[in-house]
Design a protein around this ligand. Structure first.
Ligand SMILES: [Zn+2]
Length: 263
């Protein structure tokens, strides 16, 4: 048995679990300490992506590291092996453990991504805007609703799987803890259908999961980045409505920033 690491301050309870890979875990329920923002009023819109894990209104696309291609191939081979292995056999047990190890590795990487990304966003931006998930769940069923019909819904179809894979809920939870009072949750309606450059809502503009092309002004962008820009825009309205100051410029100036609309 190795040395027992010090317990973080603020740990009030713990849970002992054994994962599918046979590893024992002691998880302390620790709420991370708030992180100070830059104090410049810098705001960012963050869209849960379909193709990527998260898209920022700065144009940056963030992807949580999942399994590498070689690891995915190995997982597939193992799953085929498992299907062929006899029930209750030794071999089957070994294959199951190997599969569980790969899945545990994927979970670890996602958690690491969530921690690093939430820390970075909390440090670089004073206002972090995301879609309001409660409304999103109502309006973004795969079947669609009267309010959000058409491509915007199709673009997000099957998203539940993606959210799980990308750790979106974990990311939002961590952001709320690391940037308390600096999160803005906006109405998700039309964030994928609205052109962030001219403001026209066009159901046909999201051409695919990756491409948004406005037929009114010709603005074209990654569909998730366009949505992130709309989320940032909506957050500006929300902050102004509360009597807050106008949102500052993004802290990170990306080269393509010149081609993006400035609010
Ligand atoms: Zn437009």
């Amino acid at each position: 048995m190795g040395a027992i690491p010090p317990v973080a301050d603020g740990a009030k309870s713990y849970r002992i679990t054994r994962d599918r890979a046979g590893r024992w875990h002691v998880a302390f329920a620790v709420v991370p300490a708030p992180i100070a923002g830059p104090g410049t009023g810098a705001a960012v819109g963050v869209d849960r992506g379909v193709v990527v894990s998260a898209a920022l209104s700065t144009g940056e696309l963030l992807t949580a590291l999942a399994l590498r291609d070689s690891e995915k191939a190995r997982l597939l081979r193992l799953q085929r092996k498992l299907a062929r292995a006899q029930r209750g056999s030794n071999r089957r047990g070994k294959v199951k453990t190997a599969i569980a190890r790969l899945k545990a590795r994927e979970t670890d990487r996602r958690k690491d991504w969530v921690e690093k990304t939430s820390t970075r966003l909390a440090r670089e931006f004073d206002v972090i805007a995301v879609e309001n998930l409660k409304i999103a769940n109502m309006t973004r069923s795969a079947k669609g609703t009267a309010e959000v019909p058409g491509r915007g819904v199709r673009r997000k179809a099957g998203l539940n799987r993606g959210i799980l894979a990308n750790g979106w809920d974990q990311l939002v939870t961590r952001l709320e803890q690391k940037a308390p009072g600096r999160m803005v949750k906006v109405d998700p309606r039309f964030t994928s259908q609205r052109c962030s450059a001219c403001g026209v809502v066009d159901r046909e503009a999201p051409e695919s999961q990756a491409v948004f092309r406005c037929r009114s002004c010709g603005f074209a962008a990654n569909a998730d980045v366009n949505a992130a820009l709309n989320i940032r825009f909506a957050a500006g309205h929300a902050v102004a409505a509360r009597g807050g100051p106008p949102l500052g410029e993004p802290a990170n100036r990306e080269p393509q920033r010149d081609h993006l609309p400035v609010w």
